[in-house]
Every structure is written in structure tokens, then in C-alpha cells.
Design a binder for this molecule. Structure first.
Ligand code: GZL
Length: 305
């Protein structure tokens, strides 16, 4: 052959090559998301080029540039943070390679830089967390002191889960977020930051963790401080991984707001449509619920991640 890779969409027998730049492997949610994408690609007969950025934006940008050089048909990625993508997305557009955003969003003025966004409404997840709290403390005149473990700084889930939660609780003066800091979505960091919160605050009533991994790390810190998670300190978490459901059956987490990582099949369907130049919706949202502790026992056997 002429030595140059065939252009996008020019593969023999309609083979589709998808370049996927994953955030990393920071949480149970993320590894379930990766598994879903890999299994769905195999099932759909789509050739997957996969990269793990270890939660670094520069690694994701490098991966996208590699996919452009390899002339993949479609690029999909979950932007680790919301900003700083316009340049590399313009390079993909100039190369005629369509881009699909999955899981996390980018804040760009130029929506022609990607074909669609597939994922959750994180503001809604934050609101659900706030609504559970206001109902839980409906008869309590307060003050209710809350500490918050934020997700990765600058990421859409951290920004939006924080905003949605704050929007709901601000209406009622009894709630106060006395400390809020990133635990970077990991168990280790969640434990470390919760230890610091416990040292500097003796009157914590509630922990709001932006994901289960940080909540599970924080639970260890709460127990090591001689307090009972779920009782002395109520725990609100997001994602819905199995370990969080187990913790709810043990009374250590009070409510989990589900965030569905199993986007693989929907991503492959969108990839096929985009590769064929078909129109796709600008936004495809995932179905997800809210699981209070009382529902955990019954729900646990059916959990898929
Ligand atoms: C949310 C996803 C977040 C999860 C975390 O869709 O981006 O990243 O809530 C994961 O567990 O690390």
C-alpha cells in the first residue's frame, strides 16, 4: 500500500476503528465503565484503541493526537476536567474525525467540536443528594454541619454535584457546609481528607461524598476516630458500586445516588451512527435512581457493577 493509513471511514469491509481516551482507573465506577466499553466494542465488532490517562489531561490530549495520526474513524473520551480541550478537538475536526463525549462534559463555546454527549446529569445527582438530606432533617431545627468530599478539581461531576447539592440546601438556613475539599475520587485521598476534617471539626453531622470510593475511604477514617458512620455521621454518596450497597446493608452509608457507568452499548451504537455520517441527538442521558439504605438489601443481588 502507499504506506499512509487509510482515511477515516475508508476501511475494508466496513470495519470501524474507535479511539477511546479513558480518564484513568481511579474508582470502582471507572473500572466498571472501562469494562463496559471494552465488552461492548467486542460485541459490536468495533476495533477499540484504548488509552488510560492516569487522570492527567496532558495524557488524554496526547492519546487523542495519537488517534488522529492513526486515522481512527471515531474518537470518544471522558474529559478529566471541563476546560482546555478546544485546540485538540479542532485538530480532530480538521482531520475529519468525529468526536463523542462520554461521561464527563467539556465547557467549550464551539459545540461543533463534538457530535454528542452520552452520560449523566450531575447537577440532578447533586440535587437528589440535597433532597434526601432536607427530607432526612425535615423535623430537625439544626444546625446541621456538613463536610463535603469533592471529586477531581475542575471536573464536570465535581462542579455539578457540588452546585446541585448547594442549590437544594441553600433554601434552609439550618444546613451549613463547614468544610469542602477534593478527594480526587479515590479511596486513599477520601480517607486522608476525612481524617483532616475530623481533626479540625468536632461537630460533623453529615458527609456528602461525590463518589463511593471517597465515601468508603472516609468511612474508615470515621471508624478509626471512634465514630459510627451512618449514625454519628450520616453519609451521602454517589455512583452505586456494589461496595457502597454492601456498606448500606451494614448501616454505614445512608443513601446512594446512582450514576450509571454502563455506557458501552450506547457508545457503540452512537459510534456506528457517527461513523456512517448519520445524525445523532446532541445529548443522550443515562437512566439512574436514588437508593436509600432501606432498599440496599433487596437491590444488592441485582447490581451490575
Ligand atoms: C461520573 C464519573 C466519576 C464517578 C467517579 O460520571 O465521571 O468519575 O462518579 C469517577 O467514581 O471517578
Amino acid at each position: 500500500d502507499s504506506g499512509t493509513a487509510p482515511g477515516p471511514g475508508a476501511k475494508p469491509d466496513g470495519e470501524i476503528v474507535l479511539g477511546f481516551a479513558q480518564v484513568g482507573a481511579e474508582s470502582g465506577w471507572r473500572t466498571a465503565n472501562t469494562k463496559s466499553v471494552q465488552e461492548a466494542a467486542k460485541k459490536a465488532g468495533i476495533t477499540l484503541k484504548f488509552s488510560d490517562a492516569q487522570q492527567k489531561q496532558e495524557n488524554q490530549i496526547k492519546a487523542i493526537r495519537t488517534f488522529i495520526q492513526q486515522r481512527v474513524d471515531v474518537i470518544a473520551f471522558s474529559p478529566v476536567v471541563e476546560s482546555g480541550w478546544d485546540t485538540v478537538l479542532k485538530e480532530a475536526k480538521d482531520a475529519g474525525i468525529p468526536v463523542i463525549l462520554t461521561d464527563r462534559a467539556v465547557d467549550t463555546q464551539d459545540t461543533s467540536l463534538y457530535k454528542t454527549f452520552l452520560g449523566s446529569d450531575f447537577v440532578k445527582e447533586g440535587r437528589s443528594a440535597g433532597e434526601w438530606l432536607t427530607a432526612e432533617y425535615a423535623d430537625d431545627k439544626g444546625p446541621v454541619n456538613i463536610v463535603e468530599l469533592q471529586g477531581t478539581t475542575g471536573s464536570a461531576p465535581a462542579n455539578d454535584r457540588k452546585a446541585g447539592f448547594a442549590e437544594v440546601i441553600k433554601g434552609d438556613g439550618k444546613f451549613e457546609v463547614i468544610a469542602s475539599q477534593t478527594g480526587d475520587f479515590t479511596r486513599a485521598k477520601g480517607k486522608e481528607v476525612m481524617q483532616a476534617f475530623l481533626k479540625s471539626h468536632k461537630d460533623i453531622d453529615v458527609l456528602y461524598a461525590h463518589n463511593d470510593d471517597m465515601a468508603l475511604g472516609a468511612i474508615q477514617a470515621i471508624e478509626e476516630a471512634g465514630k459510627q458512620p451512618g449514625k454519628d455521621i450520616k453519609v451521602i454518596s454517589v455512583d452505586g458500586i456494589k461496595d457502597a450497597f454492601v456498606a448500606m446493608t451494614q448501616g454505614k452509608i445512608n443513601v446512594v445516588v446512582e450514576c450509571n457507568p454502563l455506557l458501552g452499548d450506547q457508545l457503540m451504537d452512537l459510534t456506528e451512527k457517527v461513523a456512517a455520517g448519520e445524525d445523532v441527538p446532541a445529548r443522550v442521558e443515562t437512566e439512574e435512581g436514588v437508593f436509600p439504605q432501606a432498599e440496599a438489601e433487596a437491590a444488592l443481588p441485582g447490581r451490575r457493577y
